[in-house]
Design a protein around this ligand. Structure first.
Ligand SMILES: [Zn+2]
Length: 343
């Protein structure tokens, strides 16, 4: 497989350069360069592009664990994105069928997306047909362009393109500031097809079922059920260790937790932590946190507490149960307060 490699340097900081791969997997150099041209041109708008050459991919494969036959999961750090973890803080999964591969989430940087392609190629030469985005948060989407270059069609919730477009500039800015060098080359992945309701993808002897949910953890959550292993890949609707992050509706989220599962599901790949939790018990901590937040906020509203006092006090009983509690809890409480005050 021949890819294209390009040296990208930050304009204004020419000492910050990285080599990125455009993983087009062509039969020869000329075909590889033709296939990679749109990506290289897009990079020229944001970076100084140095040497461009064809050759085998330079990105190291990301580490994946086979948690069930043909189902692979990479577990990101439970942490905030920084230069050391390179934005590798969200889980990524892929499923290999007899004919094709589907990837669920793409990691928080272009470099990670290239590492996903390398990890898949280390296991199979079947085409990467689909990238399913479980939602639009940056730690799950910014590797997406590498999978697009490798041939994947991007599937997401019908509300995702707009939600991502609204946040695009601030997410890109935040990635550059928090992650730095490893973020070079990252861009917003374009969605090819949106999902309304549910849809089954046939990867060849292997069916995966995509489900788009009402507003819950975010405004655009999708889960994927891999029927042959009885696994639901839940995105951030279910998290482990990492505090749940509310960016949609607290009430909606609790309802979706009730409606998930069924259809032979016995285990969960969460959006953070894991890699595997039992169904349904693995959902219990998220539900407990959301219930606690709702109960505390209703009590605070009843005593007339303002939003900043509520943000400081609600959910505190959950503090020791989660990582990143102090980073995300006040924002969760603020969002839920504005929802519950209209009850
Ligand atoms: Zn996440």
């Amino acid at each position: 497989m021949i890819d294209v490699l390009a040296l990208l340097c930050l304009p204004g900081a020419p000492e910050t350069c990285v080599e990125r791969t455009v993983p087009v997997g062509a039969a020869n150099c000329a075909a590889a360069e033709a296939a990679a041209r749109p990506r290289i041109e897009a990079w020229r708008r944001d970076y100084e592009v140095g040497a461009v050459r064809c050759g085998p991919m330079s990105a190291p494969p990301l580490n994946f664990e086979e948690v069930g036959p043909g189902l692979f999961v990479h577990v990101g750090d439970v942490a905030l994105a920084d230069p050391d973890n390179g934005g590798d803080i969200g889980n990524i999964a892929f499923v290999i069928g007899d004919e094709a591969v589907a990837v669920i989430d793409a990691g928080g940087s272009r470099a990670l997306g290239e590492g996903v392609v390398a990890a898949i190629r280390a296991r199979t030469d079947r085409p990467i047909r689909a990238l399913v985005l479980t939602h639009y948060h940056p730690d799950h989407v910014f590797g997406g362009t590498a999978l697009i270059d490798a041939g994947a069609e991007v599937l997401a919730h019908a509300r995702l393109p707009e939600a991502l477009a609204v946040r695009a500039e601030s997410y890109l800015d935040q990635g550059r500031r928090q992650i730095g060098g490893p973020f070079l080359g990252s861009g917003i992945p374009e969605v090819d097809r949106t999902i309304d309701g549910s849809e089954v993808l046939d990867l060849g002897g292997r069916l995966i079922e995509l489900q788009a949910w009402p507003v819950s953890h975010s405004v655009a959550d999708v889960t994927v059920v891999d029927r042959s292993t009885g696994t639901i890949i839940a995105g951030d609707l279910v998290v482990d260790r990492h505090l749940p992050t509310l960016d949609g509706s607290l009430g909606g989220w609790l309802t979706v937790l009730d409606d998930m599962g069924g259809g032979g599901v016995t285990q969960i790949v969460p959006g953070h932590g894991g890699p595997l939790l039992p169904w349904p018990d693995g959902v219990a901590p998220v539900r407990r946190y959301l219930d606690t937040l709702a109960r505390d906020l209703r009590a605070l509203l009843a005593e007339g507490a303002g939003i900043s006092e509520a943000a400081a006090r609600a959910g505190q009983g959950e503090k020791d149960a989660w990582d990143l509690f102090d980073v995300h809890n006040a924002r969760n409480a603020t969002m839920a307060y504005t929802e519950l005050e209209w009850e």
